[in-house]
Design a protein around this ligand. Sequence first.
Ligand SMILES: [Zn+2]
Length: 353
Amino acid sequence: MPTIGAGKGAQMAIEFRSEPITVEVLDTSGKSLEHRLERRFDPLTSRSSLICPDLMDKVTTFYRNRDDRWLNEIANESKHGCPFCSPTIDKVIPRFPQDRVPEGIVTFENFYVFPNLFPRTEFEAVVTSPEIHYLNLGQFTRELLYNSLSAGFKCIRRVHSLSANLAYPVVGTNYLPPAGASLIHFHQQIAMQPVPFNRIKDSIELSARYAEVENSDFWQDFITVNGERKIKQTGSIYWYVPFAPTGFCEVQAIADVSNFLQLKAEDIGDLAAGLSNVLRYYHQRGLDSFNCIIYSGSLEKANDFRAGLSVVARPNARPNYSSIDSWFMPLMLGETVVPQRPEDVVAEIREYF
Ligand SMILES: [Zn+2]
């Protein structure tokens, strides 16, 4: 089993494990076609990813060419009656109860943070600005993302100061319908729980186990041996392309802090600038839709875990495309969200038997 880029000494425990796979397919005339794939294992979680280079030829079929004209049309159409555009936003947005956010809403520059009307966790909020609506991925400037993220982190600090049990926050983004967004208007979401989301829980537990077994810091060791996939260290944020991706054109970042309460304004600026760079890259590649999560270790204790970011491109938007079951929570956090109690589902299904 080949191991790529493993280090020495303390880093020996980090393995970039991969298995070559050869698959033969016969075409209609019986001619043999050979496909060379690769199964890769994430160095922390052992979760596997399949790399299929031959699919590059088919990627446009799956992801479709971006239709800028149609996108501009739906952007303009969806402005009418958009609840997040000015002046409607000031008339329709809900308010937080006193015990969560006494001010009712949180603001930062031109961004508002207000409750999600249909929460799926103990605390969910929407972050958006009435001054934007649709943006192509080349228009997400550092400044815009900095203001949006600063509004989000401000809200998280506010909520946590009154509800210390909500210790696991995530800032997530679904952009355009293929990413699970129900509105075209750019917005981010905050979700806070007393327990970490599945994927974050795995990462916290496995890196703690690594520290125990190897007597070393996983994140530091990982950064030392990951040079082949490093993009850049910008300030306190390490940007890289993961060895075993969880999505198309995935980019990840590791902060040098354990939780969001430790993020300084310049760290938020570095996160915003890096995300803006990734989105410009997606735009240049002809993409228009993405999911993103920014996650944190427990707000209750700073430890060796590292807060981080993950962003993946989604198939391009097109008429009648819907993917309500694959937004960032189920897709990137492994958190299944269902509308019906299984006990009610079973009662319905029984009638068919
Ligand atoms: Zn709008």
